[in-house]
Design a protein around this ligand. Sequence first.
Ligand SMILES: NC(=O)c1ccc[n+]([C@@H]2O[C@H](COP(=O)([O-])OP(=O)(O)OC[C@H]3O[C@@H](n4cnc5c(N)ncnc54)[C@H](O)[C@@H]3O)[C@@H](O)[C@H]2O)c1
Length: 273
Amino acid sequence: MIKLLIFGPTGSMGKLITKLALEDKEIDVVAACDVTNIGEELAYIAGVKDPNNIKISDVKYLTEVISQAKPNIAIDFTIAPATEKNCLICAENGIRCVIGTTALSQEFFDKFERLIKKYHTPAVFSPNMATGVNVLFKMASILTSYLAEWDIEILESHHHRKVDVPSGTALMIANTICDTLECDPEETIKFGRSKGLNKRKVGAKNEIGVHAIRGGDIVGDHTILYAGPGERIELKHQAHSRECFANGAIKAIKFISDAKEDKIYSTDEVLGL
Ligand SMILES: NC(=O)c1ccc[n+]([C@@H]2O[C@H](COP(=O)([O-])OP(=O)(O)OC[C@H]3O[C@@H](n4cnc5c(N)ncnc54)[C@H](O)[C@@H]3O)[C@@H](O)[C@H]2O)c1
């Protein structure tokens, strides 16, 4: 049985994931930790009628929560500094993590991977758990291989509360394209363009522009623009609601409960793409 610990149950993603997890017969939610709404009924926060008698715990007492509730899987959609601390504690305690938080550092991933191998706690990380977006990554790779000489630009739009720029998904699209083009992401990806004279762009191998828009309650749009002589193609994904990410998170929780290799899995492995 999956015994789930939820980080950030009061957040936009946390609430949705909590609702789906509480309603899922294969998942037993045993604990939830946050920095707000401490002591409140988890089911009430998630808008679920049946109480499950779990109250939100203060994340300060994470180690005590783990030893009492004995979760075997944790889900984390919070903020980078919180994930980078809490998921290391989970791995050291034999708990497998599913992480959706974006803007995590390479230093965290290095430490986390070492702990995963030491404590045999495979994890899933994906900056975008929506099925459609992961299919978009595959399509970007295919289209890039045919249009390597064209200009490629990435545009992303998100709600005005989003703190990280560019989105983790836009970065992953840019890295996927660089992998296909066999070029160095550090040299090729350019974030936005400044006023004045910019150097002339000559094809995607020379430069891939990534542009961010922040406004209102846009859930998440990503467009990959392929522009060639006299024609263009746009590959576009739009998330209509956060449900697509939450459904992906539940799939990842079930996948990781059974995963065999001590590594960080990606969503395309979860979805078998
Ligand atoms: N991977 C995906 O598919 C996907 C989809 C949407 C959002 N995200 C990412 O998920 C993260 C959360 O997004 P959101 O829109 O739900 O944000 P949000 O601001 O609505 O929620 C963040 C939650 O984290 C909680 N929190 C803060 N510090 C904490 C700590 N130390 N311990 C436990 N909880 C803590 C906050 O109280 C809040 O409940 C962001 O990084 C976002 O980019 C990923």
